[in-house]
Each structure stands twice: as structure tokens, then as C-alpha cells.
Design a protein around this ligand. Structure first.
Ligand code: ZN
Length: 456
């Protein structure tokens, strides 16, 4: 990495904090032309590929993370080990047996149980909405394969996913309660192609899988022809309740207040069908590149810490991180995670009451040029790996990426490097780098600004 910029002297007066604006703008401009994030993204997706928790690939990803952070000049590079439940896909197949025999494209859901060896054959019942299935009384689906074909809505803010995701996460348990022997959903996808989208479900369900969007529509047409439809489903998987996983950490120690820490990251693990480029190699790359650019040639006043969380998809890394750092939580200035792909940041939410502070005014000076809306709302979510820190009252930010295309690709075989636009990735780095720069070189106290607003 070349030397980039000289860090400003630590500033504490309002005028001085606002004087961070010119350098923040310089940092953002440099980020737009900086290759670090793209190089990381290409290396991780090419050299490691898919990296589900519990797989040998996650171990290789851990080693890649350590080597990469060291190579970028981060200090205190280390791994923080924890154990978590890891579900692993085995052989899977699905086909219509009658009346029109044909294969279906499916992917088992995380925490799906296995069918008996050789699979199961059963009649199906199709519900066009998840609620229709929930409306069935206990026992109504006895001996049947329940199929929910509700369509996900495409939205810029990803709201379509939040609105529908219970059909994947809760569906297998709800179908089991009603007597079903297996459960299928139309993938939580906004693309019309033949790729199913994987994803986690709650434990305690039955064999469960996602159909590709077009296979779900094919089934609807077959059912609409009026005859009873029978499916053969063979889903094999294994579950390790205590798989090893790691959060990979590197720091740029602060020169004045090393104990005051900014935590930023993405997650290293991914689902298995694609190479996890948008989910979430992009987030890992954005965070590390932004931290490096924010620090420039000289250490910032406060410490910038990058975390590559090790088990977001199947859960565990955020809780492990919070448990390991609870004594330090009061010193964590702010936390953030980039985990909605590589689309541009279009809107962002800063911690409550901080918008008009000198430091955040300096930060906001970069936003018009990057076409980002500074929302007046306080954030209410910030990424699942920082939920544990949020529960410890750590201030957090929510930088909303454009999710319009994200759910075309998310958790599917199409989540690959070629889907990332380098200029959009760079825009993310620019926003995060300017933010980290202004926070790490000011004395802004987000807990205080939130309190002040509360007592006004
Ligand atoms: Zn993710």
C-alpha cells in the first residue's frame, strides 16, 4: 500500500472538528480510485471460493484474512475462536413423480433435517402465500409436502426480504406443526431464473428446501391442471453442533486514545452455492480498505479495528464477538457492518443526535458528491454481527446499500465476482473511509449526543 494522506492532528473544538472536512473529502476521492477493496474481493472469491461455517474452506478463509490484514499493514492481527452450530449440505434431489414426471431445481435450507435414505415420496399442497399455510389447523397437512410459492418483492431498501423471510426461517417448523412431512418454498429471490437460493431456517423443522423461482411457477401450473401431484424429495445433510469458527481481527492503533475503538467489518463466511462475492466478501473488502484509507500514512487519534466475522449465515459470530468484548464495550465509540452486497450506499443513518455535530458535519460534506442521502432517522439495525454490541449499548450506524439487485443473487450460485461493479464497490469504500476518518480523528461521543437529544 502506498502512503496516502497525513492524518490531521486530533481535534476537539467544534471549529477544528469541522476542519476535518477537506481531508475527509480527500480520503473519499482517494477511495474512489483505490484498488484495495477490489483486489481483496477478487482474491477471497478466487482463492477460497465458497466458505460455509464448518467447512475446510472457512479455515482457509481465516488464514487468508490474517495474511491479508498483515500485508495491508494492520497491527494486532489475530483470530478469536468460538464454536457454533454448522449445517452442511449433502446430496439433494427433487422431482415430480406424477402426473408429469420431471426434475426440480432445489437447495436444502440450513438446519433442514435429512429425509430417510432414498428420500420420501408424498403428495403436495401448494399455498400461494405463507399466511395461507399458517391458517391451516394443526394436523391439516398430515403426510403431505407443504409448498409455499409467495413471491418476493424487489425493493431498493431490501424491505421485500424482511417482509417474506419468515416463510424460510419459520416455515419448516410451522409446516411440521401442521403435520407436513417436508416443506418447500419458492426461493426468496427477485430473479426469474432456475437458481434456487439457500438460507438458514430455525432448527426443529422437517426436511426443507427452496425451489428456484421458475420451478415454483412450474409446480403451480402442474397443480392448476387439477390432478393430485406427487413429489419425490431426497435431502441429505449433516449438523455439527460445535464447529470451530473464528473472528479475524486487525487494528490501526490510535496514537492518542488507543483504547477508544471504532469497530467495522463484514463477514468472512458465506453460503455454499456461489463464491460469496456480494455476501459478504464485498463487506470484508469494503471495511478493510476503508480503514486503511481512513488511517492514511499516520495513525489516527483513535483505534480503527476491522473484524471479519466468521459465522454470520448460520449465526454465532456476532454473539461470540460481543461476549469476548463486553468489558470493553463502553470504550467502543461506534460499530458498523457492511453486509448488503456491493451496491452503492444510497442513504445512511448516523447515531441519534449526531447529525449536526461538527465531526458529522465534516463527514457529511462528502455525501453530495457520492450521491448519498443523510437520513434524519436514527438507525435501528446495523448488521447481524453487531447486534451483540448494540445490545451492550454500543452506538452504531446503518449505511443502506442499494439492494435492488442484491436479492437476484443472494445465497445462490449466481453470487459471484462478475456481479460486482468496481465503481459501486469503490463508492462504498469512500463513504466508510470518510466516516472512519472523521470519527477516528475527532472526539465525538455518540453516547453523549444521544443523551443530549433525549434531554432536550
Ligand atoms: Zn451476509
Amino acid at each position: 500500500m502506498p502512503c496516502l494522506i497525513a492524518a490531521a492532528a486530533v481535534v476537539s473544538s467544534p471549529a477544528a472538528a469541522q476542519s476535518l472536512a477537506p481531508t475527509a473529502q480527500k480520503v473519499a476521492a482517494q477511495a474512489l480510485a483505490d484498488p484495495t477493496a477490489w483486489t481483496m474481493l477478487e482474491n477471497l472469491t478466487t482463492e477460497i471460493g465458497p466458505r460455509p461455517v464448518g467447512s475446510p474452506a472457512l479455515t482457509r478463509a481465516r488464514d487468508w484474512g490474517v495474511a491479508t490484514l498483515k500485508q495491508l499493514g494492520f497491527q494486532n492481527v489475530h483470530v478469536e475462536a468460538f464454536t457454533t452450530g454448522a449445517w452442511s449440505r449433502g446430496a439433494e434431489s427433487a422431482e415430480v413423480v406424477a402426473p408429469y414426471p420431471q426434475k426440480l431445481h432445489v437447495l436444502g435450507l440450513g438446519r433442514s433435517t435429512s429425509t430417510p435414505a432414498g428420500g420420501i415420496t408424498a403428495p403436495i399442497v401448494v399455498f400461494h402465500s405463507y399466511q395461507e399455510m399458517l391458517d391451516q389447523p394443526v394436523g391439516a397437512l398430515k403426510g403431505k409436502i407443504a409448498v409455499v410459492t409467495q413471491v418476493m418483492r424487489k425493493t431498493e431498501d431490501g424491505e421485500g426480504y424482511g417482509a417474506i423471510n419468515a416463510q424460510r426461517t419459520q416455515g419448516p417448523v410451522e409446516a411440521a406443526k401442521r403435520g407436513a412431512v417436508a416443506y418447500l418454498i419458492r426461493s426468496l429471490s427477485t430473479e426469474d431464473n432456475r437458481e434456487p437460493h439457500a438460507g438458514a431456517a430455525m432448527p426443529g423443522g422437517i426436511p426443507a428446501a427452496a425451489l428456484s423461482p421458475v420451478d415454483a411457477e412450474q409446480l403451480e401450473r402442474i397443480v392448476a391442471r387439477g390432478q393430485a401431484v406427487t413429489i419425490h424429495l431426497d435431502l441429505q445433510s449433516s449438523f455439527n453442533p460445535k464447529a470451530e469458527a473464528w473472528n479475524v481481527v486487525g487494528e490501526i492503533p490510535g496514537r492518542d486514545h488507543p483504547e477508544q475503538v471504532l469497530v467495522v467489518g463484514g463477514h468472512l463466511d458465506s453460503w455454499d452455492p456461489g463464491t460469496g462475492a456480494i455476501d459478504d466478501a464485498a463487506g470484508v473488502a469494503i471495511a478493510a480498505a476503508a480503514a486503511k484509507l481512513a488511517a492514511g500514512a499516520n495513525p489516527p487519534s483513535r483505534t480503527i479495528r476491522v473484524v471479519m466475522w466468521g459465522s454470520e449465515e448460520q449465526g454465532g459470530s456476532g454473539a461470540a464477538y460481543a461476549a469476548a468484548h463486553k468489558d470493553e464495550a463502553a470504550k467502543i465509540i461506534v460499530a458498523g457492518e457492511s453486509d448488503l452486497g456491493a451496491g452503492q450506499i444510497w442513504s445512511l443513518r448516523l447515531p441519534k443526535g449526531s447529525m449536526t455535530t461538527p465531526a458529522m458535519t465534516a463527514f457529511r460534506s462528502v455525501l453530495p458528491g457520492l450521491r448519498v442521502i443523510a437520513s434524519g432517522e436514527a438507525p435501528n439495525e446495523g448488521g447481524s454481527d453487531i447486534e451483540g454490541l448494540m445490545a451492550l449499548s454500543v452506538p452504531f450506524v446503518d449505511f443502506n446499500q442499494d439492494a435492488t439487485r442484491y436479492f437476484d443473487l443472494h445465497h445462490s450460485a449466481d453470487d459471484t465476482l462478475d456481479k460486482v461493479k468496481p465503481d459501486e464497490l469503490a463508492q462504498n469504500v469512500a463513504v466508510w473511509a470518510a466516516f472512519l476518518y472523521t470519527v477516528a480523528n475527532s472526539d465525538i461521543d455518540f453516547r453523549k449526543t444521544a443523551q443530549e437529544i433525549a434531554t432536550k
